[in-house]
Design a protein around this ligand. Structure first.
Ligand code: ADP
Ligand code: ZN
Ligand code: MG
Length: 480
């Protein structure tokens, strides 16, 4: 074995589906947001007799949630069950008013999938529980807005061997769910929750819960691997336990020793019919699956000649990738109609570069994006042909994000147009040469960097409006 201590990791991931209504009733699926005090977040407004377990109430299966899980299974190369059912998992806790959770046990909807060479054992559908609040005084509160929200649980095989690989898997999984539109899977909002099982050399495994960010997933696994290694080296026994993650201290801590396995007394849910998943349904759902992030990445590299890194950034933010493709289609349209004549590949790459480096500076955290692909394409083209400098383009872009205005107007009103008028530029260069004998001397002696320096001076003289390429040519010509 290459490593004395081979870490083995398996993940269990819960994801809240963003269906319109809850899993077994018609309450709106709007759980109180994590981090918002319940007083503000209006607790117990999306509740009814079913999700608060009043006697005699009957659950009804949310078809949308079932379809979402099948789509997840198809996207992750799973086999889809033909015949399946729900089960009761019995335990007591105040956030679970029924005294049992409706889940799947024997027959999950999806099995035997794969993502990033990591095998997915199963994906099943269950319901989320309510939320207990313990920090208000010598009493506890409970909010049932989240009780009965459709929850998808995915379990991997123990195929992961490092903290970074685990984080990457979780991130890729999130991206798939976002592309499918079945969940935003925002970890900070509790929409995606990761538990990691970690062992060394397939020995006793330890479960770490409450991992609420990708960073926490990576840090907690790193910490656990290190802790277990030290324990083994000190001849200490690794205990089969559940540990929590303390984010501020960056360490795991013991929560619960698992001496016996929990007895949940599972049995088939008698109030719900079994599910028969028809082949036609699976076919229909398969047809609804959009191009997935990794296929899209390959296509971006192939079709648009983007670097792997650029493609990676774009596909990681679906709206950026979408905006990029809208821009490309504008540019292609202009090319076909003869409005522009140029090398389209270079325009496409310029677009990608601007989106990757400039957009994050201006994107609103929330709210709509005002800039249109048509206007952006125009700005790119003006930059490309030298009508505007890159600093001018950045300035115009800032305004376009604010107002949604079109670039030629903004460039006009802000006086950002780049000067390519050689007569005007010659005058500027003459001033620069006259006032800066030292760099001129250096350039004549063959110092190339002096040229850049002189171009910079000319740019300043022109208040940023000179076309640097033309300025460079003029300087070279004048200094021989
Ligand atoms: P249990 O029966 O204890 O719940 P399972 O075999 O059902 O264990 O697996 C639960 C999770 O633990 C899965 O994600 C699985 O990949 C992971 N797992 C199983 N064995 C190991 C191991 N030796 N080290 C780390 N993770 C493991
Ligand atoms: Zn309800
Ligand atoms: Mg579960």
């Amino acid at each position: 074995m290459a490593n004395k201590y081979e870490p083995t990791i398996g993940l269990e991931i819960h994801v809240e589906l963003k269906t319109k209504t809850k899993m077994f009733c018609s309450c709106l699926n709007v759980p109180t947001a994590v981090g918002i005090p319940t007083e503000v977040g209006n607790p117990n407004v999306n509740i009814c007799p079913v999700c608060t377990a009043q006697p005699g109430s009957m659950p009804v299966i949310n078809e949308e949630a079932v379809h979402d899980v099948i789509k997840a299974g198809l996207a992750l190369n799973c086999k889809i069950a033909e015949h399946t059912w729900f089960e009761r998992k019995n335990y007591f806790y105040p956030d679970l008013p029924k005294g049992y959770q409706i889940t799947q046990f024997e027959a999950p909807l999806c099995v035997e999938g794969k993502l990033d060479d990591i095998r997915i054992r199963r994906i099943h559908l269950e319901e989320d529980v309510g939320k207990s609040i313990h920090d208000k005084g010598d009493y506890s509160l409970v909010d049932y807005n989240r009780a009965g929200v459709p929850l998808m649980e995915l379990v991997t095989e123990p195929d992961i061997h490092g903290a970074e690989q685990a984080k990457k898997f979780a991130q890729d999984l999130q991206l798939v769910f976002k592309y499918l539109g079945i969940s935003d899977a925002d970890m900070e909002k509790g929409q995606m929750r990761v538990e990691a099982n970690i062992s060394l050399n397939m020995g006793t495994k330890v479960e770490v819960k409450n991992l609420n960010s990708f960073r926490a997933v990576e840090k907690a696994i790193e910490f656990e691997i290190d802790r277990q290694q030290k324990a083994v080296e000190n001849d200490e026994k690794i205990i089969h336990e559940t540990r929590g993650w303390n984010d501020s201290k960056s360490e795991t801590f013991s929560q619960r020793i698992k001496e016996t396995s929990d007895d949940y007394r599972y049995f088939p849910e008698p109030d719900l019919p079994p599910l028969e998943i028809k082949k036609e349904l699976v076919k229909k759902l398969q047809a609804e699956i959009p191009e997935l992030p990794f296929a899209r990445k390959e296509r971006f590299i192939e079709e648009y000649k983007l670097s792997e890194q650029s493609a990676d950034v774009l596909i990681s933010f679906k709206y950026l990738a979408d905006f990029f493709e809208q821009t490309v289609s504008e540019l292609k349209g202009w090319l076909e109609s003869g409005k522009i004549k140029t090398n389209i590949d270079r325009l496409i790459q310029l677009s990608a570069n601007y989106i990757i480096t400039e957009f994050p500076k201006f994107l609103p955290v929330a709210g709509e994006i005002k800039i249109t692909a048509e206007n952006f394409a125009e700005l790119i083209y003006m930059t490309f042909i030298g009508d505007i400098s890159s600093s001018g383009a950045q300035e115009a872009l800032k305004e376009m994000f604010k107002t949604g205005g079109d670039p030629s107007q903004i460039i006009e009103s802000k006086n950002l147009k780049q000067t390519s008028d050689t007569g005007e530029l010659e005058k500027i260069v003459e001033i620069v040469i006259k006032n800066n004998p030292q760099p001129v001397e250096d350039y004549k002696k063959g110092k190339e960097t002096a040229l850049q320096f002189l171009i910079g001076l000319a740019m300043r003289e022109s208040k940023g409006k000179a076309n640097p390429n033309i300025v460079g040519e003029i300087i070279k010509k004048k200094l021989g």
